[in-house]
Design a protein around this ligand. Structure first.
Ligand code: G3P
Length: 217
């Protein structure tokens, strides 16, 4: 499963990119607003740091304007992926942009039927929002499992990008459900390697190694 980081914070992107574990970045209008940065500038900066795909979302809800915005965003860098909302206009724009050879990420997916439509218009990625479904007492991860089944049934190439992940367990659950990509907030990625038994075991190894009086170097 590929790891994207879900943020527009440059310091976090640089830190995670240096681990070699980062496959891409996703942003959305809320994350851009939180960063306080100019949208096009920050997307350009992120694309200069990360080699993988960087999702930049259109602001318009109208097909014609979405295409104009996608044209501007796609010129920022080769690794820009145009993020579009899962609406009829967004799906139509996805079909048009796919035809032009651009990569797309269809976002705000909350049902298997929506994911089926995104695949049929050739989306590069579909973004089911797990956490937001869990927020309303629905099983968000079940949606990933359902999409996996549908896409496998018809050999759709659209990649499942598990989004709105808020816990470390959701990351492993997304991998178990067969998500191709997980987009994860920086704080959650940084917790993925943590385990108290690892810390406890390492402390014991360090102490016992000291007792040997040896040095590897
Ligand atoms: O980027 C989309 C998604 O990951 C947002 O997550 O936590 O705002 O539901 P959240």
């Amino acid at each position: 499963m590929k790891f994207f980081v879900d943020t527009a914070e440059i310091d976090d992107i640089k830190e995670l990119n240096a681990t070699g574990l980062l496959d891409g970045v996703t942003t959305n209008p809320s994350l851009i607003a939180k960063s306080g940065r100019d949208f096009k500038e920050v997307v350009k900066e992120i694309c200069g740091i990360v080699n993988g795909p960087v999702s930049a979302e259109v602001a318009s809800t109208e097909y014609n304007v979405m295409l104009e915005e996608a044209d501007v965003l796609s010129r920022i860098a080769e690794n820009v992926v145009i993020k579009l909302p899962l609406t009829w206009d967004g799906l139509k724009a996805c079909k048009t942009l796919t035809g032009k050879g651009l990569k797309t990420n269809v976002t705000l997916c909350f049902s298997p039927n929506q994911a089926l439509l995104a695949a049929k218009v050739g989306a590069t990625y579909i973004s089911p929002f797990i956490g937001r479904l869990d927020d309303i007492n629905t099983d968000g991860m079940q949606l990933v499992e359902d999409i996996r089944q549908i896409y496998d049934n018809y050999a759709f190439a659209t990649e499942i990008l598990a989004a709105s992940l808020r816990t470390v367990n959701q990351v492993s659950d997304a991998a178990l459900a067969g998500a191709d990509v997980a987009t994860i907030p920086p704080a959650i990625i940084k917790k993925l390697a943590d385990h108290p038994l690892t810390d406890k075991g390492l402390a014991a190894f360090v102490a016992d190694w000291k007792k040997t009086g040896q040095s590897i170097l």
